[in-house]
Design a protein around this ligand. Structure first.
Ligand SMILES: CC(C)(COP(=O)(O)OP(=O)(O)OC[C@H]1O[C@@H](n2cnc3c(N)ncnc32)[C@H](O)[C@@H]1OP(=O)(O)O)[C@@H](O)C(=O)NCCC(=O)NCCS
Length: 350
């Protein structure tokens, strides 16, 4: 019997619930030691500013047994898309993943996209079904990221204080600016400039990505979406003598996700590097996190394998590796040489 792939609409609560249940089942099976997605964040999964998001489900009766989603950037990277797929653990190796991926490929091609980026979660030294699947689908490995965790409170707070004092001395002439929650309106333009640099300066691996376009309004909408998802945000920036922000670090506190905070961006503008600003703002932000969210019991961060400066800072702070993420790119322009014959055949339709 042919597999029926149906759209999931954001206002279809039964479908959204079924997709959430499938996500939790897969997380418990595939990554039992990592935090679970919260229901609140899931509810907003199809509505993030700056992206068009679509999702599809495969059902057995009323139960959703597989699902897939695609996010299409709207401000920049108009040739690219980001995709993800899940098949219930007891339904794997029967071709469902291939059929869903073929559907994603057809949809992204129809939207004019030339590439899809996908990820797989791995153990530190073991590979996952996701990477086996993506390799078999014809995707190309573009980058490997290590997930590192800092358990709080820090084991040696005195060592961290000494580290912060030496970083502060090296960063003489700069001033810290801190906030929690949405970016203050008078800081949005500076922050937009730094976030845009993050998309060009952080290692992108072997991917075809262009710099992101950010302005104050996009920062405002991004912050509003995070607040709507119940996500706390803790930010430390460094201000140069001329008053402009030249470095920032952001930590997100997702609701109901095992009290594990997520380290998001950290960037020092190129012309201000070499003054230990990166270490200084990260340590100051850790203090701010402890003050404002005492319930947080760990912070997780993701670093591309080639990002030795960021890794050196995280090592110094006491982060330790806990798992890996592999980042893959699927070329949608090359037909059967870019994707496997099975996917190309299914994606080009009857
Ligand atoms: C990855 C995933 C979606 C695959 O779903 P699936 O329905 O089992 O995939 P298929 O049956 O279509 O597999 C197609 C091919 O991929 C490869 N593959 C799939 N699972 C694999 C595994 N565990 N190890 C190695 N190769 C694998 C095989 O070549 C397979 O063909 P075969 O069964 O004839 O050998 C599923 O394992 C899953 O939900 N994993 C967790 C989420 C995830 O990692 N998603 C990756 C991003 S899309």
């Amino acid at each position: 019997m042919a597999t029926v792939i149906e759209p999931i609409r954001a206002d279809d609560h039964a479908a959204m619930d079924g997709w959430f249940d499938l996500t939790l089942r897969c997380q418990a099976h595939d990554t039992p030691d990592l935090p679970r997605l919260s229901r609140r964040r899931h509810a907003l999964r199809l509505s993030s500013p700056g992206f068009e998001r679509r999702a599809w489900a495969v059902r057995d009766g009323t139960e959703i047994v597989a699902a897939a989603e695609v996010a299409l950037p709207l401000h920049d990277n108009l040739d690219n898309g980001f995709a993800d797929g899940l098949v219930a653990p007891d339904r794997r190796r029967r071709g469902l993943g291939t059929q869903l991926l073929a559907h994603l490929v057809a949809d992204a091609r129809a939207a004019g996209r030339a590439r899809l980026a996908l990820q797989a979660s791995e153990g530190i030294a073991t590979s996952s079904p996701g990477s086996g699947f993506l390799r078999a689908a014809g995707a190309r490995l573009g980058q490997v990221e290590m997930r590192r965790r800092l358990v709080l409170p820090a084991v040696d707070p005195r060592a961290l204080r000494d580290l912060a004092a030496s970083a502060r001395r090296a960063a003489r002439g700069y001033r810290l600016v801190q906030w929690t929650g949405p970016t203050p309106p008078d800081r949005r333009t500076d922050l937009a400039g730094l976030i845009a640099r993050m998309s060009t300066d952080a290692p992108q691996g072997d991917f075809t990505l262009e710099g992101q376009r950010w302005d104050a309004e996009r920062v405002r909408r991004r912050d509003a979406a995070a607040a709507a998802a119940g996500e706390g945000r803790v930010v430390t920036a460094a201000q140069a003598a001329d008053g402009r922000l030249v470095a920032y670090t952001e930590t997100a506190v997702p609701p109901d996700e095992d009290d594990i905070a997520r380290q998001d961006d950290t960037l020092v503008a190129a012309e201000h590097r070499g003054h230990r600003l990166g270490l200084w703002i990260k340590l100051a932000n850790l203090d701010q996190l402890a003050d404002t969210h005492p319930e947080v019991r760990a912070v997780d961060t993701w670093n591309a394998d080639g990002n030795r400066w960021m890794i050196a800072i995280n090592d110094a702070m006491g982060f330790v590796p806990i798992s890996r993420v592999t980042d893959w790119e699927l070329d949608l322009t090359r037909g059967q040489s870019g994707t496997t014959a099975a996917i190309s055949a299914a994606a080009s339709g009857p």
